[in-house]
Design a protein around this ligand. Structure first.
Ligand SMILES: *[C@@H]1O[C@H](CO)[C@@H](O)[C@H](O)[C@H]1NC(C)=O
Ligand SMILES: *[C@@H]1O[C@H](CO)[C@@H](O)[C@H](O)[C@H]1NC(C)=O
Length: 382
């Protein structure tokens, strides 16, 4: 109803414009050239008119003129702002909103009064209902300054209604997808631009010794662009020395590994390195890392060795927060959600894909760099 009413109105308005235009042209040619009339009325008319000037109309009709040439015109009355985001060049910059946030809003009242707290940080967990109690405990460690996003991989979203906090959280549900699959699709840097820090966490983390606000304080104090909490040293799932918690300091940025593992002490896995299970990115770091995530490589293996490419100098701005630490419980959540074939267990197929993705990612990165250095005629540093 409202829509019909509006389009009728627009149509009427257009007819009025057409009438005005015809009248105007008549009046224009009737007058002796040189008679002064207000410049204002010309620009007003061309702005309010939906009609193309004749020369442009011919261009639009002529299929031999490429589309790009049709839209770009010297007509000063048409808006064309090359510095606008790609595709939005026809809009006046004042109306362009290139970035967004994940703040839920009310349906009524003044938009400016929708939010009582403006969340500054974002935390996401990729979850299945089996880890509900664990996530409930984790969420309690995140202050009101956080927007909470749950990525559900098992279609059991309504189970979470049991928790009061869940009503304010954002729930995104797609079956059997991984954290990095979700992150690539729903955490575009322009969408999460409102958040100073972005936590992209697994569901099997014990957070008894972790407080989010304290963590952020330390990250700021030590200038960490990419970080993770230290991991409980006794945990069975501990793979790297770098992420092992040190009892004697607030943060560490480098470590020693087994002999021969780190030819360069400033490079992973001895520095410039955190794991992919519980990373925390600054807004600027995430803006780069998101671009490095490959849409088809869903497990994210190898990403931890590569994120340093986004940070300069990586060995000073990537680190592990020891004073706020977590326990990695090593529960193979999505791991059990593969398909069994060739008589293999489902988790074996998943593990195999993780490994082959790691190799593919390394190859793509190496090739991309090679291509770049060939094109520019320079050689790589690291
Ligand atoms: C949110 O952040 C502000 C500013 O950093 C801080 O003063 C406040 O205590 C935080 N809120 C909570 C609930 O921790
Ligand atoms: C998702 O779960 C609901 C009940 O929890 C079920 O009715 C529905 O069929 C499920 N959807 C899919 C696509 O499996």
């Amino acid at each position: 109803m409202g829509h019909i009413g509006r389009s009728t109105f627009v149509k009427k308005a257009n007819e009025t414009t057409r009438l005005l235009l015809t009248t105007f042209i008549g009046v224009f040619f009737g007058f002796v050239i040189g008679v002064s009339f207000p410049v204002l009325s010309i620009s007003k008319l061309s702005l309010s008119s939906d009609y193309l000037p004749l020369s442009e109309f011919i261009q639009v009709m002529d299929p031999s003129i490429p589309a790009q040439a049709k839209v770009q015109t010297n007509d000063k009355s048409k808006i064309w702002v090359p510095s606008n985001p790609r595709g939005a060049e026809r809009l006046p910059p004042g109306i362009v909103v290139p970035e967004s946030d994940l703040y839920p809003r009310r349906l009524y009242g003044k938009p400016s009064e929708d939010l009582t707290v403006i969340p500054k940080y974002l935390v996401t967990f990729t979850v299945g209902h089996k880890q509900m109690h664990n996530i409930d405990a984790a969420i309690k460690k995140f202050s009101g300054n956080f927007t909470v996003v749950l990525f559900h991989y098992d279609n059991r979203t309504s189970d979470w209604d049991a928790y009061e906090w869940s009503k304010k959280a954002i729930h995104i549900s797609v079956q059997k997808q991984t954290k990095w699959w979700f992150a690539k699709r729903f955490l575009h840097p322009d969408i999460v631009a409102a958040y100073e820090y972005i936590f992209i966490w697994d569901e099997d983390l014990g957070v008894e010794h972790f407080e989010s606000e304290e963590y952020i304080k330390l990250v700021k104090k030590h200038g960490l662009e990419i970080s993770q909490p230290g991991l409980e040293p006794d945990a069975k799932a501990l793979t790297w020395q770098m992420t092992k918690r040190r009892g004697d300091r607030e943060v560490h940025k480098e470590t020693e590994e087994k002999p021969g593992w780190c030819p360069d002490p400033h490079l992973p896995p001895c520095a410039g390195f955190v794991e992919i299970m519980a990373p925390v990115f600054s807004r600027e770091a995430w803006r780069c890392v998101w671009y490095m995530i490959q849409s088809d490589l869903v497990h994210g293996w190898g990403l931890d060795f590569a994120v340093r490419k986004c940070i300069e100098p990586a060995h000073e701005k990537i680190g592990v927060v020891d004073a706020q630490w977590i326990v990695h419980q090593g529960i193979p959540s999505l791991g059990g959600q593969g398909e069994s074939n060739d008589g293999k267990q489902p988790w074996q197929g998943v593990r195999q894909r993780c490994r082959s993705e790691w190799k593919m990612f390394q190859d793509r990165l190496a090739n991309a760099e090679k291509e770049y250095y060939q094109l520019t005629g320079t050689s790589s540093s690291t």
